[in-house]
Design a protein around this ligand. Structure first.
Ligand SMILES: [Zn+2]
Length: 311
């Protein structure tokens, strides 16, 4: 088995390209985050594994894949009876148009399809999954016209109470014997995965110490946002967000078509040197995940180029 280049490498499948399509499927959680065009075409029969969809907002590049996804779940070769819950920002007219379209055109679904409007700070328990997991929504900063949400996957973990942290194992065992396990340990919440959708930089407080933050990074520099919409984030501020939030891994997504892969990797190297975010930086470029510290694929490509030119 090859060692993964980054945590969750074997758990995540996705596609992201600003304006065109964005979706990320977390296989272990059976959760699809956003549903941009092409999601069913890419996942094919893996769509039957999806139990929940969390939509960040109603822009076409994040929801256009829903029609096909639900159609394939209904007709494709797989478990056509598995329920599907779709969570979306409340009162989103664009999503509600799609719900209406599907209600009119898909009257006899083979599975239970539930549309669940949610707002910020809502908690959805994932009781069907192993471990104590839940999702908590938070507000992001995208369009003035509609609510946009990000999602934290939170795990309840257990640790020693701080006053016992410096004790030896022997002393701890003694305390467990005299006081009981519950007296010396406490529960705490750990964000194990964050999906931010489209947004200006997320408030670090909302994603504090997340183990894996998926943050949009549409532009390399501020000046590149020439339409001046100020709805998206650029590289430096995303790295600063990750640094301030002390995240362990940062996945950059939703990159603009104007830059090629090499331009991204060069810019990321340079900016990481300056900002020092102290986390692993991964880039989702189209449907490929790149560990930005790993330069071996560049060497492979260079070797291929040399080979071709000597032919
Ligand atoms: Zn958007």
């Amino acid at each position: 088995m090859t060692t993964p280049l980054f945590p969750l490498q074997d758990q995540l499948t996705g596609y992201s390209r600003a304006l065109f399509s964005t979706w990320i499927y977390h296989k272990r959680l059976n959760i699809l985050f956003d549903a941009g065009e092409g999601v069913a075409t890419s996942l094919q029969n893996k769509v039957f594994g999806i139990r929940r969809v969390f939509l960040s907002h109603g822009h076409a590049d994040h929801i256009a894949g829903l029609m096909n996804l639900i159609n394939i779940r209904n007709l494709g070769a797989g478990d056509q009876t598995a329920d599907l819950k779709v969570y979306y920002p409340a009162e989103n007219r664009l999503v509600e148009f799609i719900i209406d379209y599907l209600n009119r055109t898909q009257k006899n679904l083979t599975f239970n399809l539930e549309w669940i409007p949610i707002t910020e700070n809502e908690i959805i328990e994932l009781t069907d999954l192993r471990g104590r997991l839940r999702i908590k929504s938070f507000k992001t900063k995208h369009s003035a016209k509609q609510l946009s949400l990000g999602y934290n996957v939170i795990e309840t973990r257990r640790r020693l109470k701080p006053q016992y942290a410096d004790l030896s194992q022997q002393e701890i065992n003694k305390l467990i014997y005299s006081l009981g396990r519950d007296e010396i340990a406490e529960n705490f919440d750990k964000i194990i995965f964050t999906y931010g959708g489209d947004s200006r930089p997320i408030e670090p407080e909302n994603v504090k110490e997340s183990l894996f933050l998926c943050h949009e990074c549409t532009y390399i520099t501020y000046e590149d946002d020439e339409r001046d919409f100020r709805q998206h984030s650029f590289l430096k501020e995303v790295l600063e967000t990750a640094k301030n939030a002390k995240v362990a891994n940062l996945l950059l997504m939703h990159t603009s078509l104007r830059y090629n892969l090499d331009e991204w990797l060069r810019a990321i190297h340079k900016e990481v040197e300056r900002v020092k975010p102290d986390c692993k930086v991964i880039l989702l470029f189209n449907d490929n995940f790149y560990d930005t510290e790993d330069t071996s694929f560049r060497r492979r490509r260079a070797a291929k180029y040399e080979q071709n030119s000597s032919d």
